[in-house]
Design a protein around this ligand. Structure first.
Ligand code: NAI
Ligand code: MG
Length: 374
């Protein structure tokens, strides 16, 4: 028996290529682990009518953690057209396998470290090191939405005086998306952010919401953040509004350490932070719950580059680094981080996005070499 069982989900397009690159690095790291490959993505939607087959869910349940490449997804009409002919009349609906994974395994924390590696030509500025904690299961992405808005829903909403001006809008001219927060959901993401800040000696945690306008949901989030902050006397709690935070991230990004926010705000602000520190070739995400975690690059399957081994594998290799930390293999994680830093800094082996012409696998091999100490 190996110490760890790790699920590997390459997915589609460049997902397969960056996972191949990650495996070169993992081979060098020589973790005491067994790697179990799982099916996920467009191919399985087309052939089986399910982009995340049940056997893959079962496989994940038998592992400690998963590494995920990227998948292709397409709009409703195309999804239906590309289904195998024998599956077309079954009323199958495409559903994002990533969203399903997050729900099925309660991966409530989306953790997005945005770090400016020294001498990276893609840095907006040096000295940025921000980690965004985004709530991953509720908020505006809960999926509780209505269009048209039926009369009984309108009637229920009419208990609120501010709904009066919408009462006469015809049902089919109204759309409603609910922003649902739970105490448990807010508590666990804020706590995860503070635990992380404590572990990595961060000076501050910034709660990014909009309680002056969205009084109930953002209000509850900020109140809970204040309660939880009391348990971490060494860490300052800063409170900002999402709109102002977007400006400050461009103006003084070096000032921020850990940001914590709800689902949609986190989705937006983490992309902003990524672009300050290298963009999609560097952007990495952990989807972390109490019992399981999935680590992935933020980018998709990049069909334009599929099959060319051209894209930057660093985002995927950073996912390996996050996974090592999650498994408690901090020494290996730090050594890998330092190997990535050296390769970026030397600048000899770079993919196209960094102005170079090296291949995906060459970058991985160079990182493996630095890991070895060469
Ligand atoms: P994308 O992230 O796949 O690619 C957009 C562009 O970003 C690429 O054309 C390339 O110029 C650049 N890029 C992406 N990854 C890069 C890397 N590692 N190194 C250097 N440059 C890189 O996004 P796009 O084109 O909007 O979506 C393509 C497919 O991927 C769609 O089917 C979409 O649904 C899916 N997607 C999947 C995600 C996932 O699996 N988590 C996330 C985002 C999109
Ligand atoms: Mg996004």
């Amino acid at each position: 028996m190996t110490k760890y069982r790790i699920a590997v989900l390459p997915g589609d397009g460049v997902g397969k290529e960056v996972v191949e690159a990650a495996m070169i690095v993992l081979e060098e790291i020589a973790l005491d682990a067994e790697y179990l490959y799982g099916d996920i993505g467009w191919e399985f939607w087309c052939k089986e009518g399910n982009p995340l087959p049940d056997r893959t869910i079962e496989l994940l349940k038998q592992t400690d953690v998963a590494l995920f490449g990227a998948i292709t997804s397409k709009p409703k009409k195309e999804a239906r057209e590309e289904l195998a002919p024998e599956l077309r009349d079954r009323g199958l609906e495409y559903f994002s396998p990533i969203v399903r994974l997050r729900q099925e395994f309660e991966l409530y924390a989306n953790v997005r470290p945005a770090k400016a590696y020294p001498v990276n030509p893609l840095n907006y500025r040096d000295g940025i090191n921000i980690t965004v904690f985004r709530e991953n299961t509720e908020g505006l992405y809960s999926g509780v939405e209505f269009r048209p808005v039926s009369d009984n829903i309108k009637k229920a909403l009419s208990v609120h005086p501010k709904f009066k001006r919408f009462m006469d809008v015809p049902s089919d001219e109204l759309a409603l998306s609910c922003r649902i927060f739970t105490r448990k959901g807010c508590e666990r993401i804020v706590k995860a952010a503070f635990d992380y800040a404590e572990k990595y000696d961060a000076r501050s945690v910034t709660v990014v919401e909009k309680p002056n306008v969205i009084r109930e949901t953002s209000g509850m989030f900020v109140e809970i953040a204040r309660e939880i902050a009391k348990n971490y006397p060494g860490i300052e709690l800063w409170e900002t509004n999402i709109d102002a935070q977007a400006m400050w991230l461009v103006k003084n990004p070096e000032d921020y350490d850990v940001l914590v926010t709800s689902n949609m705000f986190g989705d937006i602000i983490s992309d902003l932070a990524s672009q300050l520190t290298g963009g999609l070739g560097f952007a990495v995400a952990g989807n972390i719950g109490d019992d399981y975690a999935v680590f992935e690059p933020v980018h998709g399957s990049a069909p334009k580059y599929a099959g060319q081994y051209k894209v930057n594998p660093i985002a995927m290799i950073r996912a390996v680094k996050m996974m090592l930390d999650y498994l408690g293999e901090h020494e290996k994680a730090e050594r890998l981080e330092s190997a990535i830093e050296q390769v970026v800094q030397e600048g000899k082996v770079r993919t196209y996005d960094m102005g170079g012409s090296s291949s995906t696998l060459d970058v991985a091999k160079e990182i493996a070499k630095k890991y070895r100490g060469e």
